[in-house]
Design a protein around this ligand. Structure first.
Ligand SMILES: *[C@@H]1O[C@H](CO)[C@@H](O)[C@H](O)[C@H]1NC(C)=O
Ligand SMILES: *[C@@H]1O[C@H](CO)[C@@H](O)[C@H](O)[C@H]1NC(C)=O
Ligand SMILES: *[C@@H]1O[C@H](CO)[C@@H](O)[C@H](O)[C@H]1NC(C)=O
Ligand SMILES: *[C@@H]1O[C@H](CO)[C@@H](O)[C@H](O)[C@H]1NC(C)=O
Ligand SMILES: *[C@@H]1O[C@H](CO)[C@@H](O)[C@H](O)[C@H]1NC(C)=O
Ligand SMILES: *[C@@H]1O[C@H](CO)[C@@H](O)[C@H](O)[C@H]1NC(C)=O
Length: 881
């Protein structure tokens, strides 16, 4: 079978469509309708782009004349109309026939159109001669339904008529050259075969038959049966080896044009089919129905192409085999993803329509498969070496061996073009896969066989789409519709089991494979380079898998098929459906290195490393890291970020320190500090925290390590840098209450300062309250006035005098510094009663005594009546603040 992919590209609902045409260069489809309109649809944008209201009778014929920018129409009002499709103007109109016009044919080179009509005539019109009728062709005895010009001889044309005949005419001669008879009812449609090899015509008729005629010996060579109603349109596809027929039974049938086998039946539920149009150079086919029109794209998704290890590419363009050689490109600079400027050489045409082309492993032969046949050619000269019928063909790992799947139950193995063995796999053969082992797919799953003796190696419950073996035969990728698996083939275990028959079950050798991983991606095409599996995915990524890691090489803008990798070029080659070849750079050194790492062959890896360019080193390093080789990754990476990460993970303080110095990044210093602390490298930690300006961290470090000197430095540094909380805490921890107070004052925290003073430095209260009052008075005079200075209102602050003494007592009894180890011996402040302890203490400083005296004076002058307690009632505003 041809296995054509059929994709619907446009569905345009409309009134009944009587004719369709495709524009040769614009993405346009012309449809003439039964209701009198003619429409142009853009099948790329899916929009109706132009409409011509021709008349109110059916328009049964409409054609593009691209070289004149015209649409020519023929309608039941017997008029031919010519429109300019750019301006939509009607250029010309004339009465062409005395009955309905059925068909228009445009001459490919001359300024002619041919028209046919229910008046039984065919007429030739010359637009260069003011649309004069240069000839009338007479001979049919019923409506002339369709006329087509012979693509191989533009002076010849054929006509189909309801008089049940087909006539072939010559321009310049008014009577037909000959008549083909055979249909039992009226003939509706006709087409020429455009390939060079056969002088064929095809016709469809109301007898529901399609006939293929040899117009040289004038015989019907084939009759296609199947349509259940009148056949209304037929087409020999100008590119693909297919015949398309449409019928009033609502179906479109696709037949193989050489084997005449029915390949496909399309039913889009749009009622009767009226017309079909295909176009040279395009895979689009337009179809007209009772309920609208459709464009389908026909063709195989995957191009038939193959490349050998030296860069010789062979592909099939339809049945023509062509060759292109990468080497012939010379030293032209190649950019990733750009189409390669390849010279193409014709190799001749193939007897079958190629669906796949495949080089054998050593590249000496190519096999072409299609139409249930295979032909093995020499790759150089395309001389056939062997052929036969086969549903599928696969090469073995050994270049002289291959297998074919002859039917759903029989597989044959050949060696040196001679059949070696044929066997019937237990559960049938729905597909076969070449490579190191012979894979056979059945409903039950996949079975791997030994090429040598067809012994079962292992059955696996999986439905593979593709199988790719690495060159060494140690790794295999099995791709399914949903994901792909990487398996390791354990050949020693297989050999051992074959020897001892231990661990062999009905499913084969249990230990034959080890699953290394499953990846949720759909592989379209793939190949191995060393232990790296390169593939294209269903979402058009070009990736490779190595050791559980996926590396994306490129995002492709369309579906591409891997052709091969050429290590010498460091390039990967891919082809697309249109036979364009593109390439992507992929360094062989990187692949080799990764392969060596996967095989734990570090001496090899070290040898390869110098050949890996600097800019690729980090990628390789990431790979090493993922494989668990962090030390090696650190040595290989050139990315400071990556190296720093690795150094941290490995506890490499020195390297990390160096990188942090270079990077000058706070974040790095912080990370390094953490590591240093965890490694008890406090000196380093301190430096790092300083660099990171991490005062909180420094405070923790300084206090935890009981380093008073550091706390002191921290306090000063923090204050300088405005890290007030840390500064305050550091002063406070050192008992530097004055500094704490000054810090609060300096930072505008006057109420806090006042309360600090009230608690720890009563001697300062007066000063602070004054400041507080001044400041507060700016926003609220009343509130400011209600702040009482304890030294003025000692009655409100009992024990103030004792507090002064205690303050002085504490100050003088406190040693400057105590070693941290004494901490357990010191009674916590909250457990002390300082007022008790200070009883009887005589302050020695002049300052303190003076203050006490002042206080006494103040108290003497105090007039209690002055205080209006009703004032001390904070209003809403202050509460809000
Ligand atoms: C004919 O049908 C088409 C589409 O169905 C519509 O756009 C057009 O207006 C119709 N023309 C007439 C003359 O009714
Ligand atoms: C058709 O007939 C014309 C004139 O009768 C003749 O010149 C021409 O060669 C014929 N063509 C074919 C293909 O028989
Ligand atoms: C006519 O030619 C075809 C090949 O195109 C051949 O198969 C057929 O037998 C020929 N018929 C006659 C009657 O010569
Ligand atoms: C098939 O064609 C005949 C005329 O030959 C016609 O009478 C008949 O209605 C057509 N069939 C259908 C289903 O339209
Ligand atoms: C193979 O080649 C031989 C002679 O070159 C030719 O007769 C034969 O038809 C060819 N067969 C195929 C299938 O190409
Ligand atoms: C006065 O108080 C405000 C808060 O109300 C504060 O922001 C400001 O810094 C203070 N001014 C002084 C000089 O302390």
């Amino acid at each position: 079978p041809l296995r054509l992919d059929i994709k619907r590209k446009l569905t345009a609902r409309s009134d009944r469509v009587k004719s369709v045409d495709l524009h040769p260069t614009e993405p346009w489809m012309l449809a003439s309708l039964y209701n009198g309109s003619v429409c142009v649809w853009n099948h790329e944008t899916q929009t109706l782009v132009k409409t011509f209201e021709v008349c109110d009778l059916p328009v049964r014929a409409a054609k593009f004349v691209a070289r004149k920018n015209w649409v020519v129409t023929g309608a039941d009002d017997m008029q031919i109309r010519v429109f300019n499709y750019n301006t939509l103007e009607r250029v010309h109109m004339f009465e062409a026939h005395s009955d309905y016009i059925r068909c228009i044919a445009v001459h490919p080179t001359q300024p002619f159109i041919l028209t046919s009509s229910d008046d039984m005539l065919i007429k030739l019109w010359d637009w260069d001669k003011k649309w004069s009728c240069s000839q009338v062709f007479e001979g049919h005895t019923h409506y002339v339904m369709q006329i087509v010009i012979n693509p191989k001889d533009n002076n010849q044309f054929a006509s189909a008529s309801l008089d049940r005949t087909i006539k072939v005419w010559q321009l310049g001669s008014s009577s037909p050259n000959f008549t083909l008879e055979g249909h039992e009812k009226g003939v509706n449609c006709i087409d020429y075969y455009s390939g060079g090899d056969k002088p064929y015509l095809i016709s469809g008729a109301d007898d529901r038959l399609v006939k293929i005629w040899d117009y040289q010996n004038k015989t019907c060579v084939q009759t296609l049966e199947g349509h259940a109603q009148n056949v209304s349109c037929v087409s020999f596809h100008p590119e693909l080896p297919i015949i398309i027929t449409g019928s009033e039974d609502g179906t479109v049938r696709i037949w193989h044009s050489s084997t005449y086998r029915l390949e496909s039946t399309l039913n889009y539920g749009m009622e009767r089919v009226w017309c079909v149009a295909s176009l040279r150079g395009s895979n689009n086919v337009a179809l007209g129905y009772d309920e609208g029109s459709i464009i389908v794209k026909l063709g195989r998704e995957e191009p038939a192409m193959s490349m050998d290890a030296n860069g010789k590419i062979i592909w099939a363009k339809h049945s023509e085999v062509q060759q292109a050689n990468l080497k012939a490109m010379g030293d032209a600079e190649i950019k990733d993803g750009e189409r390669l400027p390849l010279a193409v050489k014709d190799m001749g045409s193939c007897e079958i329509y190629p669906q796949t082309i495949q080089h054998n492993p050593n590249g000496r032969f190519v096999v072409v498969c299609g139409d249930g046949e295979y032909i093995i050619y020499t790759a150089m000269a395309l001389r056939n070496k062997s052929f036969g019928s086969a549903q599928e063909f696969v090469w073995a790992h050994d270049s002289s061996e291959y297998a074919i799947r002859e039917s759903n139950s029989l597989v044959k193995i050949f060696k040196n073009f001679k059949e070696k063995k044929s066997f019937k796999p237990d559960f049938g053969a729905e597909g076969i896969y070449g490579g190191f082992l012979l894979g056979v797919r059945s409903v039950n799953g996949l079975a791997f066989y030994d090429w040598e003796n067809t012994e079962l190696i292992r059955r696996i419950e999986i439905q593979p789409k593709h199988i790719f073996w690495s060159d060494s035969g140690e790794l295999v990728c099995i791709a399914t519709e949903e994901s792909f698996f990487i398996l390791k083939y354990l050949s020693e275990k297989v050999a051992a089991a074959q020897e001892t028959h231990e661990g062999v079950t009905e499913d084969g050798i249990e230990d034959a494979f080890e699953v290394l991983g499953e990846i949720q991606e759909i592989v379209k095409t793939g190949l191995w380079v060393g232990d790296c599996f390169i593939y294209t995915s269903s979402v058009n990524r070009l990736n490779y898998y190595v050791g559980g890691e996926i590396v994306t090489i490129a995002h492709l803008d369309r579906t591409m098929y891997l052709l091969g990798y050429i290590p010498k070029d460091n390039r990967l080659y891919l082809g697309d459906k249109e036979l364009n070849i593109v390439s992507y750079s992929l360094l062989v050194s990187v692949l080799e290195y990764q392969t060596a790492v996967m095989r734990r062959d570090f001496s090899m890896a070290d040898k390869v490393l110098p050949t890996i360019p600097k800019e690729q080193r980090t990628r390789v390093a990431h790979f090493l890291e993922k494989q668990g080789f962090k030390q090696q990754a650190l040595a290989v990476s050139t990315d400071p970020e990556h190296r720093f990460e690795l150094a941290l993970q490995l506890g490499e303080l020195k390297i990390a320190y160096q990188l942090a110095v270079e990077a000058e990044s706070e974040q790095k210093w912080k990370q390094l500090a953490e590591l240093a602390i965890s490694k008890c490298q406090f000196g380093l930690a301190q430096e790092c925290l300083h660099h990171a300006q991490d005062y909180g961290g420094l405070l923790l470090l300084a206090t935890a390590s009981g380093n008073a000197n550091m706390v002191n430095k921290l306090a000063e540094g923090a204050e300088k840098d405005g890290k007030n909380n840390v500064a305050f805490m550091s002063y406070f921890l050192q008992g530097k209450l004055d500094s704490c107070l000054e810090l609060l004052i300096k930072t505008g925290r006057l109420p806090e300062a006042a309360f600090l003073a009230r608690t720890y430095l009563p001697s300062q209260v007066s000063r602070v309250v004054k400041l507080w009052r001044e400041n507060l008075s700016k926003v609220n005079q009343k509130a400011a006035e209600s702040l009482a200075d304890p030294t003025e209102y000692e009655n409100l602050f009992p024990g103030l005098k004792e507090a002064f003494v205690a303050e002085e007592y504490v100050k003088q009894s406190l040693p400057d510094l105590r070693p941290a180890r004494e901490y357990p011996l010191v009674t916590p402040n909250e457990e002390r009663n300082l007022l008790e302890e200070a009883k009887g203490f005589e302050p020695s400083g002049v300052m303190a005594s003076q203050m006490l005296l002042d206080l006494e004076d103040d108290l003497d002058n105090l007039d209690l009546e002055d205080i209006d307690t009703t004032d001390i009632n904070l209003d809403e505003e202050i509460l809000d603040e």
